[in-house]
Design a protein around this ligand. Sequence first.
Ligand code: AMP
Ligand code: ZN
Ligand code: FE
Ligand code: FE
Length: 286
Amino acid sequence: MIPNVDLHTHSNISDGQVPPAEVVRLAARAGLAAVALTDHDTLDGLPEALEAGREEGIEVVPGCELSVVDGKKELHLLALWTRPGSLGLEGVLTGLRASREVRNRVILERLHTLGVSIDYDEVLDMAPGTVGRPHIARILVKRGLTRDYNGAFKKYLGRQGLAYAPKSELSLAQAVQILKAEGATVALAHPYLLGENGKALEELVRRYADLGVDAIEAYYTEHSVVKTREYLELARRLDLGVCGGSDFHGAIKPGIKVGVGRGKLAVPAAALEDLKARRRAKGLWV
Ligand code: AMP
Ligand code: ZN
Ligand code: FE
Ligand code: FE
């Protein structure tokens, strides 16, 4: 049997619920050939994940996930082969996390005026790396202020929510430039969230490719077989690499498991091998 890989996972260094080493162990137990840790806005979980990979005998691809804006669209980029400790990227990520702190405090102030008092330290205690709305959502659920996690976004934290505050974001062009300067492979994450298909999707992704995006996350937990095929064909037409993953977060996204998503996800190791071949052709490390 040809092994699979999972190139999109989160640990408790950002908004996942298990430590980096545990993500890697779950990947090894699932029989995967490789796993990428892609926490939001931070590389801080990577040393632990890489070490666990050596112990478990599974390849760990170091990465991260960034939210960027492009015109009216918000999209997510996966950066793969990010070196922990690379100063340029670490500087940018530190800045993003600092701006999150400002934003998180605004959200808490708005919640306070709505009669919900949450101490910022309580939020900080939840993750050693990147803290954001998911952590505030969990507190709201724990306090019984909303029925569940999604309800916390609907009522308070989502774009239409009562306590919403925008996040300062990188532009797509800036982010791609920074990541490419660090030698990372840049992929468009979960393209289904663009809400486009056919010609419009192709035009959009072609522009992203022109800006330097290298790959598209064709395989993803929420992609149907038909969608996956559409993205694979698009990648072939635009000569983009292909990646894929579960977007595992632990119990906050119940039912999503490392390697298999909701059970049907299968990301072939050949996709990873192709990404590596593309890197080698450019003289980049793998
Ligand atoms: P943040 O980076 O702090 O803005 O939080 C973004 C994360 O919150 C996303 O990665 C999602 O996991 C989660 N999220 C955003 N909007 C919603 C929503 N409407 N319902 C549930 N989760 C959401
Ligand atoms: Zn997340
Ligand atoms: Fe994402
Ligand atoms: Fe993600």
